[in-house]
Design a binder for this molecule. Sequence first.
Ligand SMILES: Nc1nc2c(ncn2[C@@H]2O[C@H](COP(=O)(O)OP(=O)(O)OP(=O)(O)O)[C@@H](O)[C@H]2O)c(=O)[nH]1
Ligand SMILES: [Zn+2]
Length: 355
Amino acid sequence: MSWLPPDDETELDGPYAEYADHRVRQRPNPKSNRPRTKRRPEHADAVVGMVVAVDRGRYTVLVDGTTVTAARARELRSTPIVIGDRAQLVGDVSGEEGTLARIVGLEERRTVLRRSADDSDRIERVMVANADQMLIVVAAANPEPRVRLVDRYLVAAYDAGISPLICITKTDLADPEPFLANFAALDVPVIRSGTGAEPLAQLRAALAGKTTVFVGHSGVGKSTLINALVPDADRATGHVNEVTGRGRHTSSSSIALRVSTPGGAGDRGADARPADDDHGWVIDTPGVRSFGLGHVTGDGLLRGLPDLAPIIDECPRGCTHLAGAPDCELDAAIADGRLDAAGAGRVESLRRLLR
Ligand SMILES: Nc1nc2c(ncn2[C@@H]2O[C@H](COP(=O)(O)OP(=O)(O)OP(=O)(O)O)[C@@H](O)[C@H]2O)c(=O)[nH]1
Ligand SMILES: [Zn+2]
């Protein structure tokens, strides 16, 4: 993948594993019994900023409205630093031309979006940190929508603890409803978009106060939406090849963009929000064509869903929770009414995702 420097794709293992763990404290992994240390880097003078762009070992970090260019400290060499990370900076943080600050640590990540190279690969690579939402952009036609691709994005989002939304584009070319029916039971919010009917107010309301990662197959209209939302973003738009249905790969690097959302309706949780309601952050990840899910397990996925987690706690050890799994408690819950018809439909859809 060209959009991440190769050293950002390395796992935290080897001689640096223990060292790196002191600095990057990721989402606690219930499957791991490795003790976690509370030790923090001793840089009392460090300031914290959000990583908004990564380019060959140089990080663009936004600190209180100032754009700072930074390199990472030697001891973070094997630590992935990605868009959305909250980086601790020392050195020259003036942001003036020609200055270079140093990243000495990362704040604990609230969420981590991962992928593996392919489905047989169990090594996970971090793609984006601290996203609240995933906007799955899919076209009603040209390119033809594929259920399985959206399923895969949904799995990645649920696994990361990120709320998914679907934005279906090109509704001027085809009726999107038959395709959307595949996801009805999952209760994923849907935004419909077409030429001459761009739902900008609806999108802004959905993005207010949140960090949202946009994903989608090339040519679906992701850049078109981002350019409408962030007029100075200047994301290159391409033309879909009529024969292959593929877009040209016109935008090549991942970036975080500030979207203004005046009068935003973002709901604020008790936890600190990365943005106020008058703006949100959009993370554009062009070129995410492969989205390996080798690191995702059915159990890990379902545990992220608050209504189903207590049910699968009652499953036999090692239950796959798939249709036909012996004594899977999900079947018992459907039979005895703990899950109603809508709940049963949701389980059926999730089982399709897990296939
Ligand atoms: N008819 C129609 N065309 C659209 C719509 N949205 C985008 N397009 C066109 O679809 C083509 C691809 O749009 P892009 O915004 O470049 O798609 P993308 O998803 O950013 O593609 P990559 O940059 O390759 O990842 C362009 O020619 C757009 O003008 C829509 O709602 N209706
Ligand atoms: Zn089960």
